[in-house]
Design a binder for this molecule. Sequence first.
Ligand SMILES: [Ca+2]
Length: 448
Amino acid sequence: MRYLLALACAAAACRTTPTANPENRPNVVIVFTDDQGYGDLSSFGHPTIHTPHVDALAANGMKLTQFYVASPVCSPSRAALLTGCYPKRVGMHEHVIFPDYDYGLHTDEGTIADMLRDAGYATGCFGKWHLGHRPGLLPTDQGFDTFYGVPYSNDMAQIHRKPNSKYSYRLPLMRDCEVIEWEPDQRLLTKRYTEEAVAFIDEHADEPFFVYLPHSMPHIPLYASDAFHGGSPRGLYGDVIEEIDWSVGQITGALARNGVLENTLVIFTSDNGPWLQFKRNGGSAGLLRGGKGTNWEGGQRVPCVAHWPAGIPGGHVCRELVTAMDVLPTVAALTGARPAERKLDGHDVSALLFAEDGAESPTDDFLYYTSKGKLAGIRSGPWKLLLEKSELYHVEHDVSEKWNVADQHIELVEELRARARERDAAIEATSRPVRTVTEIVFDPVKPD
Ligand SMILES: [Ca+2]
């Protein structure tokens, strides 16, 4: 581990690292928004949403312009972030978990929280879980010392009851494994998650810690607190993003107040692209085509910012392909923590974070899967093949996927098709099961 830190120090031009953590391992904070599009930050080009706190992280850290999540929908994307694996490898690829589902991410999997807790970190999850909510499947069963938040999406709630629906789900607010409120006031969710995360940072600033802050917003239905409601020229969606930006400011403020901002890796990103069917209540993927639920770039390429003054030189833009699956192996490398001895799909991208000269993406091929887990395409270098209609795009020349050039590259199309199938078959052959649990913590379904 000392060796790794020495490398980190060399890459950061040997800046000193004032820190309250005597072992010098960085703290880790991951802010994971829900359905925020590639274009929904000022630093990623939005003309009217004001996000000064996230933008400051980008300016003083790194902005990543080719960062992909492993699924265009919530649960599989979260499984991939936390395990470093394709959702299919851990059985979590078949769309999102609904409140009446009985399965979740298997506890045999090693999450980032498991890995860091084993390495002596305090670990807290504040926000939306969505990886299973039966006994044994909650955050406190997956490596987190504590959990405060909701177990699934904020539309799986009374407030979002659909006419003629067979079920009307109830949304609980939980602390650890207990329901502490039913149908919490959603205007206060962003604020309450933030306050809990700040209290956790204050409590654990003298030891290494991991904060996972998966906001419920801006997943619909949209809610902002009174302090933000009506404030953004972008309308309610803008209010919601600006409150999330406020939240980031609260987190970085807490880190600074405790003297640990310098040695904390803060990653800000989104679980999938914008939910365009909700029109002005959905976000924007900016230049990118499509949004949530699709395999266009707008579905899976999301805004990403990484900030760590002790390790990441400020002001760089990483244009290499990085995926959410890279977070776990990278955090392992930076902290000296050991991942579970299981096949991972992500790679250590610390050389990219350190902005080392000539550093390249370690990902040769990135597979796209539909929201229901079916193989949909492959990206290799600048090329992206979508299998269903045999469309080939050069996504560096043509980031908006306007010009299908498949008929000009017939051999490449066949090569990519074969490779996508081969890689997918290899994952399928060694995929691992989800965990099914018959008992319940709470009854999420109230019959009409
Ligand atoms: Ca989502």
